[in-house]
Design a protein around this ligand. Structure first.
Ligand code: SF4
Length: 282
């Protein structure tokens, strides 16, 4: 049996700090491609104009090294930790928070985290929300997702009666988008998790937002539902920035897994057009 690979937690701090700057400043290439496709498909001149401004904004952020949006988000960190890794040199959670602290300071990103009642800002954008999985292998895979408040506030979770079935799931998603209207800064991306439990569905809905926008879901049932939901959402007419048009939503990601015989959980995580995430492998 080979010895576990040792990884200093300071390397995770360094990676997270760098990812904060990249994620908040560089729009992912798949999101940019999706804006271009949406601009070509948009029927509303106003909607086309909004999409053109979003592309211009992404270019400006890249050229000036300033954030894509003033809301630099709460730092959500997904960590896939190889089971053959031995972390050394400190506490993993503190290492992630140290990376966030440094990244938000060094790249002049807005600190958007506060106490829920006093609203006193924590001053350094910590604590991060960290989701860790133990996976095969000897690598540490880190994703940094700055999540804006406007779109997160429009997200919903439903514990449906099983008899409501597939039609109930579709209605839950559409009701979420209708209630959100212009608030989550459309064009949006939807992460939809069906099945599992209350907690698990919420995390899977958020994790699904890590997928590439032009990726095809390997689960044919989920892929079909993604297409149906995207068409139904884009028939609502909310449009870019909520000013009317077809391109309300760029992509729906669906994740389906079994659930309790008495349950039908559905989590809908709404992502705004500032669909930021960057990753590193150590
Ligand atoms: S919802 Fe997204 S685009 Fe809108 S202000 Fe928040 S982070 Fe920015």
């Amino acid at each position: 049996m080979s010895a576990p690979r040792e990884v200093q937690v300071s390397a995770i701090s360094d990676a997270v700090a760098g990812l904060c700057g990249q994620a908040d400043i560089e729009l992912p290439a798949d999101v940019r491609r999706s804006f271009e496709q949406a601009m070509a498909a948009e029927e509303s001149p106003v909607g086309k104009g909004v999409l053109a401004r979003l592309l211009e904004n992404a270019d400006l952020a890249q050229d000036t090294r300033l954030p894509i949006c003033q809301d630099c988000g709460l730092a959500v960190v997904f960590l896939d930790l190889g089971q053959d890794v031995h972390l050394i040199g400190g506490d993993l959670t503190e290492a992630v928070n140290e990376g966030v602290r440094r990244g938000y300071k060094d790249y002049y990103l807005r600190k958007s985290v506060c106490h829920p009642f006093s609203r006193a800002n924590t001053g350094d954008n910590t604590p991060a929300v960290i989701h860790t999985r133990i996976v095969p292998g000897d690598k540490v895979h880190v994703w940094l997702v700055p999540k804006g408040g406007g779109s997160e506030n429009m997200s919903k979770i439903f514990l449906l009666t099983p008899a409501l079935g597939l039609e109930g799931v579709k209605k839950a998603v559409l009701d979420t988008v209708i209630a959100a209207g212009p608030n989550p800064c459309p064009p949006i991306i939807l992460g939809v998790a069906v099945g599992g439990t209350f907690d698990d569905a919420a995390v899977r809905a958020k994790r699904s937002l890590l997928r590439e926008l032009d990726s095809v879901n390997p689960d044919p049932e989920a892929a079909k539902l993604e297409e149906e939901l995207l068409a139904a959402v884009n028939d609502l007419g909310i449009g870019p920035a909520g000013l009317g048009g077809r391109m309300t939503c760029l992509k729906v990601f669906v994740d389906i897994r079994p659930c309790h015989i008495a349950s039908l959980p559905v989590a809908v995580n709404v992502q705004c057009h500032a669909a930021r995430h960057k990753e590193a492998v150590l």
